[in-house]
Design a protein around this ligand. Structure first.
Ligand SMILES: C[S@@+](CC[C@H](N)C(=O)[O-])C[C@H]1O[C@@H](n2cnc3c(N)ncnc32)[C@H](O)[C@@H]1O
Length: 213
């Protein structure tokens, strides 16, 4: 479920790491400070980490370097293959945000970078409900993704992308399910989490949601 954008990633897998390095002008701002964004997630994570949408494994590798146990969930075979080709240990499993195998440990942290916007807001709610049942009090969800303060800010970025001739970015911003911060905050709060949001560039914010006692 929530896999409607999967074919995009099967095609993007080979060049994805060039994009995150800033080589695609349209996505330069989206991926500005990418290493710092992954580092922030790692620093906010506990020892037992469940990761969704691991892609080519950049966040996975950063977590493993800090000796954390990681259970990666990724629906695209091509992305998993790209991660393994880089020599990242095979901690990856087929699945998605809503349907995934049980990790062999109790996660204290659930992480994701640049992926949660593939779910509609209704699916996001279902996902957070599932995670609320997995995590104990004090457990955390740490997600980095494109999100906007409100609808007007979202529309302003679409208009800016169009004016710059960044048609692919404009279409992406208009069709995928980038949330507004208020909606996301409400979803987390309703499922028993306290949230903090940190802006990392013009598009990407980190949400840290801690399960209340
Ligand atoms: C933009 S990439 C991000 C990869 C990596 N997390 C990073 O930060 O570079 C988005 C990833 O989410 C995956 N994805 C797409 N739909 C998904 C879903 N419903 N559940 C989990 N992952 C999904 C894609 O296959 C892709 O690997």
């Amino acid at each position: 479920m929530g896999r409607e954008f999967l074919s995009l990633f099967d095609h993007w897998a080979e060049s994805y790491d060039d994009t995150v390095s800033g080589h695609d002008e349209q996505y330069e701002e989206v991926f500005r400070r990418y290493p710092a964004i992954l580092k922030e997630i790692v620093e906010r994570s506990g020892q037992y980490v469940l990761e969704f949408g691991s892609g080519t494994g950049n966040l996975t590798a950063a977590l493993l370097r800090e000796d954390k146990k990681v259970f990666g969930v990724e629906p695209s075979d091509a992305m998993k293959k790209a991660a393994l080709q880089k020599g990242i240990p095979n901690v990856f499993h087929d699945g998605d945000f809503l349907s995934f195998p049980a990790p062999p440990f109790e996660p204290d942290t659930i992480v994701s970078s640049y992926a949660f916007h593939h779910l509609t807001d209704e699916e996001k709610k279902q996902a957070i409900h599932i995670y609320s049942n997995i995590l104990h009090s004090g457990g955390k969800i740490v997600f980095a993704d494109t999100m906007f303060q409100n609808q007007a800010a979202h529309q302003a970025e679409i208009d800016k992308a169009k004016a710059a001739g960044f048609n692919q970015l404009a279409e992406d911003l208009g069709t995928e399910y980038y949330p507004s911060i208020d909606v996301l905050k409400q979803i987390f709060e309703e499922e028993g989490f306290s949230t903090s949001f940190y802006q990392m560039n013009d598009f990407v914010w980190i949400v840290e949601a801690k399960k209340r006692e």
